[in-house]
Design a protein around this ligand. Sequence first.
Ligand SMILES: [Zn+2]
Length: 477
Amino acid sequence: MTTKILNISFVLLVIILNGCTTSSGIHKNKLQKDIILFVIKDVNIIPMTKENKIIENATVVINDSKIVSINERIPDGAKIIDGKGKWLIPGLIDMHVHTPTDNNYKYEKSSPTQGANVFIDTQDVMLLYIANGVTTVFELNARAPHFSQRNEIAKGIVIGPRMALAALIDGGEGNGRIANNANDGRQAVRSAKAEGYRFIKVYSALNIETFKAIVDEAHKQGLKVLGHIPDAFAGHLEEVFIPHFDMVAHTEEYSKQSQNKTTEDAKYFAKLAKDNNTWLTSSLTTMIWIGKQLRSIDYVRNSPTLKYLHPLTRDKWLTSNSYFERTSPEFIAHIDTFIDFQKKMIKEFNDAGVPIVAGTDAGIPGVVGGFALQDELGLMVDAGMTNEEVLISATRLPAEWLGIDDEVGTVEKGKYADLILLDQNPLENIKNTQTINGVFVNGKWIDKNRIKKLLSELERKNSKNQDKFKWKERMNY
Ligand SMILES: [Zn+2]
């Protein structure tokens, strides 16, 4: 009898010690009791509040998913993290991503009961964000599977960022929901709301009447609107700036509207945006990646982060690259003028006081989730923003725009413990946001050794499966 109990205990112990047994290694085992009480000692907090006064040598207590105190009593039984000489900032927010999902590529010729034929391990996708300290993302072409991903995270099956979801509405023969008149536009907004969306993304092929109806209906329904500047506004850009068109989803939307890409144009656009309170998402890294792969696919092939992608995505980027397939010297020159102009615009919009939020368009070939946001922050500084302004654009401001600023975006008592512990001060050099010692995701601590291990496991898994996935054969899986 005693032996039997011992044996069972031994089995339990082995499970507890090994934790999980899943491929990605991050899933929690039901038998494993997660540590929920943490104290970070002697840390320098960069709170990213409006005053943003650094709190030196502070003690931060995290219980369950929240920051429960700063510089108060240290509770018993907590796991202590030494913060000496380190810097604590809020988790980063990427305001423009496209996360891959399970997909039925056989759709046209499949049975009505056919599910997906290519599956994505959500943890593999989300690990890349977490590894880079990105604890909230804004999915700008959200569909039903993104709700499932968000639920996997909410259930604790996957450790990943908070996900805000925008439903896309386009005109013509375009993407997502299609609306080509005001009534259809309004109905598309109401349907999106009924499906659970809180944000609407407007897209390029909408006509003027439909665009205006969508923005108006969204406001009535309590949804915020962001997105492209529809092509229909070319030549009369002023008309797009109507109340409650809340944000332009990337800087290039303005570049398309400028003939000569002058500083005067940049200033003029900034004034229009400022007067209408239309915010801007940066997305500089996307355009740079487009410029690179127009020149050579080797930029993508040799990218150090390519190994973290699902093999099917990797193969698509290399063998069916939508940019490289259309390359020409004229296209390259065109994109180069965009890149220059976008830096100019970031500076002018920032000087004019237009709120800018960091966003990457991760999912565009070359732009790898999480890592891309780290690149984006550096590019925003290069364009003329201060280190502090860039940090604000990736923490407090996006939280405000999304309406979750009472939950995340700053390091304050009562907020969720979405935090990055850095070895070096990011106010001195923005690249220091890459000196990650560990990340708190909704109160769960993942230190740099664990991040490193998980990334190398993912790399190994992807390379093992590389030959199994060919983009051109995806219908056959
Ligand atoms: Zn996008």
